[in-house]
Design a protein around this ligand. Sequence first.
Ligand code: WT7
Length: 661
Amino acid sequence: MSNQGESDGELEARLPEGESFSPPESFVEQANVTDESIYEEFEENWPECWERAADLLDWEESYDQVLDDSDAPFYEWFADGKLNASENCLDRHVEDGRGDEVAIEWVGEPTDESRTYTYDELLQEVNEFAAALREQGVEEDDVVTMYMPMIPELPIAMLACARIGAPHSVVFAGFSADALATRMNGADSEHLVTCDGYYRRGDPLNHKDKADEGLDGVDHDVTTVVVDRLGDELDHELGENQLDYDDLVADHEGATVEPVTRDAEDMLFLMYTSGTTGQPKGVKHTTAGYLSYAAWTSHAVLDIKPEDNYWCSADIGWITGHSYIVYGPLALGTTTVMYEGTPDYPDKDRMWQIVDDYDVTQLYTAPTAIRAFMKWGAEYPQQHDLSSLRLLGTVGEPINPRAWKWYYKHIGDESCPVVDTWWQTETGGMMVTTLPGIAEMKPGSAGPPLPGISADVVDMNGSPVEPGEAGYLIVNKPWPGMLRTLYKNDERFINEYWDEYSNPDKDEWVYFPEDGAKLDDDGYITVLGRVDDVINVSGHRLGTMELESAIVGVEGVAEAAVVGGDHEIKGEAVYAYVITEDGVEGGADLREQIVEGVEDAIGPIARPEEIVFSPELPKTRSGKIMRRLLEDIANGDELGNTSTLRNPEIVDDIAGKVGED
Ligand code: WT7
């Protein structure tokens, strides 16, 4: 399709706001879920409706009860059932005679590097590494940490852990050494799988040094397995208690490991995520509830079928990659594409090259990426044949209608439904989105809650708000994929998620995701973003407290306040307001140290967009920092009322400094 002579802006502007799009007929004809009565059916038959998700799995022993809510909000799902997640993602497909079909298409960053794993091959690799982990002393219920980029050994290690009943805790490779240490200490994890390095825009990047530095901060002994990703490109040495992945696997060539029988409610993995306080939260997901929910939503929303070439471009270091690169797609026995690199290397058409080369049928990506594609221009996708695509998805942050429409038109050729999926690390899988074979799509609005999910938008007192009014999103019934607790911290689990709107005396439990939202007359939910002290930068959750404590840890800094400001591509960006110890303007050196401090504590994703030095921060008479005002300043918005401030004169002073450097 051509849009010569017309800029994207002009083109998108022709599509009026507030309009809706019908699911393309060609899609509906073949969709996994097309019967609208599913909403009613799930509602009438709740919670038994969730058997539909459980039926997507193979059980070693069936369950008697779907939901046990006797100890709410510590809900249990399919509780007396038994199964193994790796068996469900691998063995059963091989036993079905599908061992020759492709499980993982791995696309390396270098354009000449790729690997294909059939289900047979993946099962073999998983077996061998599972045997190796066992020999390393990994026992059932030991937490194994993975600090790895997008290389095949990451899902292999995850599935190997699932096979032997050892929960994994994957730490995003872009996180810092400190972040690794915090998470390993928090989970008492005595085992680490990592690698020497990986490519970033053509250059080998050392990862092992960062892993070693993290290990220095772990307060117990750790055995480490190191994958040699870069071979001769990067030398590395193995220290004490460090073993080479290839050697280990070679020692177990041809090994088979019986999948351990797990209880439905046994932990499958931990995933740390940012919250309001400085300490990341160890979100606990269990075997049956999580896996069935990942599989069900992959089936119903992503419309995955075994013969698809499905691609989710997230990183496995985040929940999106867990649920929708590894567990959901593999449980359904499809081909999952996994890409190591960035979307603009070696050129800005890399993603479209991959879609073309692998005949990708579904693409699931993030608004931040779509906004970047939009900025780069439609000529990049136009260089490739994208006609294999059948469905498009987005996740991670609100998508602006312009970006939605650009995606729909320039990537989907107006013939693929777009699913805007709202969910969280804690929810395990998608919660609010249209079913692509059924519902009208409204750009900018995620859609109604999925069948069986009960969500609403309420005011501060928990009363439903009028359509069109902003309120708070709540979920007032449990669902199989929900987190079960925060690792070894039931109290924080209650405080973080169930305190706000529940009524424990009446045994009424309401989950609060800490997002703002509004409803329209059709029950579509538009998610407005976080209402806690969490910033969403390119779809990544960053806690302002974590950022502030990293900045205050820098010598010469007395106080810091961090807020999220609007950003054209990233959605939000980090704005740091800093008071120095001697009260004077910090120089280039201090700026540099603050950036380093943040990168050391969290990672480059948390790098401040702007650092503003000020002799004071705007505070209320009771001494609370007025963050809202700092947000307005970051966004260049009109400033709200400053009369309640102790120091109103400081506001103009700070505002004058934003955008200075
Ligand atoms: C937060 C969760 C879900 C996996 C990736 C992020 C925001 C997520 C949407 C969406 C508007 C969204 C919310 C949520 N969010 N998806 N479709 N529309 N906002 O997982 O790191 O746990 O972050 O991301 O604010 O609470 P996460």
